[in-house]
Ligand binder design. Sequence first.
Ligand SMILES: [Zn+2]
Length: 200
Amino acid sequence: MDSLQNLLEFNKSWAERVRSENPEFFEDLSKGQHPNYLWIGCSDSRVPETEIVKQHPGDIFVHRNIANLVLHSDMNSQSVLQYAVQVLKVEHVIVCGHYGCGGIKAAMGDEKLGLIDNWLRNIKDLYDMNRSDIDTLPTEAEKVNRLSELNVQQQVHHVCENPFVQKEWADGRELWVHGWIYNMETGLIKDLDVTVGKDG
Ligand SMILES: [Zn+2]
């Protein structure tokens, strides 16, 4: 319980600090949000999007799940995507995976984990499709990292296929979809250069 109480104490001191630096901060934010970015990332606790790209509350609309998947059958991610592009009018959708992803590792193995096996099925399929390339890599870590990159690329593709994203492009709006990957060993993000825009 002590550690939970700490969180509430930390929250109090954080709110006081923010208010002392910018007395209108919370009042302004409470009026509405106008984020320019939608971040689709992994639930992994080591990849806190707002912190690693030095943004503030209100700057990034966020969807995170295990292994940063954007599945057409998943109403959660599809709803977030629709709201972000159609209502919030974000200019950039960023799919950001990370090296050493536990979800990717699990998808490459044969261990039965329960419900999550269904979720990871899509990554298993992606692995099967690219097995001849991935399995030539010498180490387990390199294989996981390569599949992590391929997974980001595939999710970028899925975002681009979303009908609401397609509609924004058909209307001629500036909307970009990016694929990034985060390296936990260095703290650095690599752009996978798979950006798609209205002419893409
Ligand atoms: Zn992960």
